[in-house]
Design a protein around this ligand. Structure first.
Ligand SMILES: Nc1ncnc2c1ncn2[C@@H]1O[C@H](COP(=O)(O)OP(=O)(O)OP(=O)(O)O)[C@@H](O)[C@H]1O
Ligand SMILES: [Mg+2]
Length: 294
């Protein structure tokens, strides 16, 4: 069966997108699914978190080898070369050990250069008379084509999206079978939520896609304030005209989720990477995600 595509996105920063993406991807891989993560964020946090202990060396290597998502963008749209997304995959990128072997998880890494690449591309194409829509259209078409080719090789492909909206994010959201929107249930973090999910929904409706983005409450601290906001989020998800659904699983604010590959040392087990009850909460989320994809 063709791979299912999951995007983890929220225009708000620091809400747990990358943590959700990487932990879920590792849980998918551990369950025997052929799993690929595509890092769309110029911060390259997902790439570093997946590479693990020697993350900066691996990332440096990928950047030197012109083997990041930034190079895909640059080569296809600026250098006029044709290179498929599949050329940029790093197989077995994770340093997690699982049942005595490396966890089989593949990655298309990002690069700090991505921000500059996107800007240069927009500048270059507008100079050549293209509109922003035309650029979006071209990148979108190429991304969809490449993604369709990749689907045969995997069971699940996860995209870690940057905060805000980028040229690639919109295309990826529209190509997704499931959009996960991690959200801290507090006043500041939920301010833009309706706007963001409404925006996603408009985009999807325009493309006749019927799927509701699913909010995941993250960094829940159990305070009175967060309980009230969480309750309001659940009510909104259950309302008749809702533009988002919500997971039952709640990710608590706990050090077990703030994993630090440098401190962990090389080749940690999955349990060591997500200590305490973090792993069992991730597995609970995995179960719900599987149900949504079924
Ligand atoms: N449940 C949690 N409990 C405690 N710390 C967490 C939890 N989830 C994430 N963190 C920490 O919070 C910070 C932000 O998380 P993360 O990088 O996953 O968010 P993000 O939405 O991807 O951020 P950005 O918008 O910058 O990409 C990180 O330092 C991470 O380790
Ligand atoms: Mg992130």
């Amino acid at each position: 069966m063709a791979a299912r595509i999951i995007s983890i996105a929220n225009s708000k920063g620091g809400v747990g997108k990358t943590t959700t993406c990487v932990s879920l991807a590792e849980a998918f891989a551990a369950s025997g699914m052929r799993t690929l993560v595509v890092d769309l964020d110029t911060q390259a946090n997902a790439s570093l978190l997946i590479f693990g202990h020697n993350g900066d060396e691996h990332l440096f290597q990928a950047i030197n080898d012109y083997s990041t998502i930034s190079d895909w963008l640059l080569e296809n749209f600026s250098a006029g070369e044709q290179r498929r997304l599949s050329d940029f995959i790093i197989t077995g990128a994770s340093d997690v050990s699982f049942k005595g072997k490396p966890l089989p998880l593949d990655l298309i890494p990002s690069s700090p250069r991505l921000r500059k690449t996107e800007r240069e591309l927009i500048f270059d194409l507008t100079k050549r008379g293209y509109s922003m829509e035309a650029l979006q259209g071209q990148v979108g078409k190429r991304l969809r084509d490449d993604l369709n080719l990749l689907k045969a090789q995997y069971d699940v492909i996860l995209f870690d999206c940057p905060p805000g909206i980028s040229v690639m994010t919109e295309t990826v959201l529209a190509a997704s079978n499931l959009i996960i929107v991690p959200t801290i249930p507090d006043f500041m973090s939920t301010l833009g939520l309706d706007l963001f999910t409404g925006d996603i929904m408009k985009n999807l409706r325009d493309r006749e896609i019927e799927t509701l983005p699913v909010v995941l409450a993250t960094r829940f601290d159990g305070s009175q304030h967060q309980q009230v906001v969480l309750g309001a989020m659940r009510d909104a998800a259950n309302a008749a005209e809702t533009e988002f659904a919500i997971f039952k699983t709640i990710v608590p604010l706990k050090s077990g989720f703030a994993t630090n590959p440098i401190e962990l040392g090389p080749d940690p087990t999955l349990q060591a990477k997500w200590p305490g009850d973090a792993l069992s909460i991730i597995e609970q989320l995995l179960q719900e995600v599987r149900e949504k994809l079924a």
